[in-house]
Design a binder for this molecule. Structure first.
Ligand code: DC
Length: 226
């Protein structure tokens, strides 16, 4: 009988990390959230962390080219993304993090080594606690290279634009394609598949099929441990 990861007691003694990387609009967030729900794992959205720092920078009018100041801002404020609502210094910013102004500037903030060093430390702490699905760009390559399951999601540009349009209704497609291309370019340096990642092209796939494929990968890791 196929052994299911969620029947597995050994996750207590051998906690597992599932890394899900890929470009904007590839379906990472929905997939990662569902995989985490199915397994009772913590869901860690590392893109939301970069969005939080961007939100703080815009609120406090920090120069987006000043990596040192942005690094300080990352440390100085109270925030975490591991709950349904994201709060910064007590203020609920869950919806604000998805605003186009954050989309526009987040890659610029995420490009600074000072910011990445601080956020990666928090991401590694989450990985060390284990039994987590961690979603981002550099999780399998840099943050958690020992993750038991590494997945790189992709999708056609037209599909990624369509998903963006569904999230941000009212915005025209041409603008969204332009934004997506700019972000792909700006994020290219951080966003590479790990050589041992399983690549899944989600174009035309149902989200549940993608989730199932990832659960099967996790199953096989558990089976190999027996
Ligand atoms: O996945 P997202 O759209 O919420 O990510 C927001 C931005 O953060 C994205 O433009 C790239 C950056 N990012 C990153 O550089 N490294 C990560 N691990 C996650 C996100």
């Amino acid at each position: 009988m196929r052994r299911h990861i969620y029947d597995s007691a050994d996750l207590d003694t051998q906690p597992m990390v599932i890394a899900i990387d890929g470009p904007a609009g590839a379906g990472k967030s929905t997939t990662a959230r569902l995989v985490a729900e199915r397994l009772g794992f913590t869901y860690v959205d590392t893109g939301a962390m970069y969005r939080v720092i961007t939100w703080i920078a815009l609120r406090d009018r920090i120069d987006l080219d000043d990596g040192v100041a942005l690094g300080h801002a990352s440390e100085r404020h109270q925030w975490d993304v591991e709950h349904r609502r994201v709060r910064v210094d007590g203020e609920d910013v869950t919806l604000a993090l998805r605003e186009p102004r954050i989309d526009r500037d987040v890659s610029r903030v995420a490009a600074h080594a000072e910011v990445r060093a601080i956020l990666r430390e928090r991401q590694r702490a989450a990985a060390a606690r284990g039994n987590a699905v961690i979603e981002g760009r550099d999780i399998a390559t840099v943050v958690a290279p020992d993750a038991a399951v590494k997945v790189y999601l992709t999708a056609d540009e037209s599909e990624r634009t369509r998903r963006r349009a569904a999230e941000q209704f009212g915005r025209d497609e041409e603008t969204l394609v332009g934004e997506l291309r700019r972000r792909d370019e700006a994020d290219a340096e951080q966003s590479r598949p790990a050589s041992d990642a399983t690549k899944i092209d989600t174009t035309g796939l149902e989200i549940d099929d993608v989730v199932e494929r990832i659960l099967r990968l996790a199953d096989s890791v558990v089976a190999a441990r027996q």
